[in-house]
Ligand binder design. Structure first.
Ligand code: BTN
Length: 260
């Protein structure tokens, strides 16, 4: 079973996983599985659900996430850090952890705010982060991670580890590296390491500071110059009238010449 093989891989790296690991040959969506368990109150902290493929993989903003066999699809129930400063950084450290894990396999990923993992401007991995509530309080975050390990499902817009390195890795090996990085970055946040995490995130971000971007947040689309990321992980935009505005969540893209 994949869950046992994943535990073996973690053990080979000298690590244990603090929660349950469940694996499925196919699921509609690993995110949906973890969400449903959290809603039912049957998910312990750090539950990890992994599938070999998904029939209804979901990306951010309701988009679909193509999920053929050969890539990594995992969702986790990460505890919400108690330090208020650390909470908004959870989505960022998830992307950071994925990028750092992939470095191990010979690729050089960059991060696009908030947590897209790109290589050469193409999508290599996607991360979603959604608060999970218990008794009206956000006590955990459902993190969904998809890594194009062997298959690039989107052609020119995306890439895969196989395309970049010629290596056809086992998605479970990538899973082990991702889980370990994620746990370490999460422990660091919980111990008050927000500044360290942000420093690492900024160092790995794509170099688009000073460039024109459009950020879609809810129904709103804002255009401005990307200035940086503040201590809370929010994107700082300089608007056309010179005012600065921060955006806490959304989807950003660079505007090319001609404004498109
Ligand atoms: C994005 O970039 O839009 C986020 C993509 C997140 C995809 C992963 S794959 C595992 C988990 N299950 C899902 O249905 N979505 C996430």
């Amino acid at each position: 079973m994949s869950a046992d093989r994943l535990r073996e891989r973690l053990a080979a790296r000298g690590r244990d996983w603090p929660g349950g690991i469940e694996s499925f040959p196919v699921l509609d969506s690993t995110n949906e599985e973890v969400r449903a368990r959290a809603r039912a109150g049957t998910a312990a902290p750090w539950l990890a659900v992994i599938a070999e493929r998904q029939t209804e993989g979901r990306g951010r903003r309701g988009r679909s996430w193509a999920s053929p066999h050969g890539n990594l699809y995992v969702s986790l129930l990460a505890p919400m850090p108690t330090l208020p400063d650390a909470r908004p950084l959870v989505p960022l450290i998830a992307g950071l952890a994925v990028a750092e894990a992939l470095l191990e396999f010979g690729v050089e990923p960059r991060l696009k705010w908030p947590n897209d993992v790109l290589c050469g401007g193409r999508k290599l991995a996607g991360v979603s982060a959604e608060a999970s509530f218990a008794g009206g309080e956000a006590d955990a975050v459902v993190l969904g991670i998809g890594v194009n390990v062997r298959v690039n499902p989107l052609g020119d817009l995306a890439t895969s580890v196989l395309e970049l390195t010629g290596e056809g890795l086992d998605p479970l090996e990538v899973a082990a590296a991702v889980l370990i990085r994620l746990r370490d970055r999460h422990l660091e946040l919980r111990a008050g390491g927000s500044a360290l995490a942000l420093h690492a995130w900024r160092a790995r971000s794509i170099e688009w500071w000073g460039r024109a971007v459009e950020v879609t947040s809810g129904e709103q689309a804002l255009r401005g110059i990307a200035v940086g990321v503040d201590e809370g992980g929010a994107l700082i935009l300089e608007l056309p009238d010179g005012r600065r505005q921060t955006v806490v969540a959304g989807e950003a893209r660079e505007l090319r010449l001609g404004g498109r």
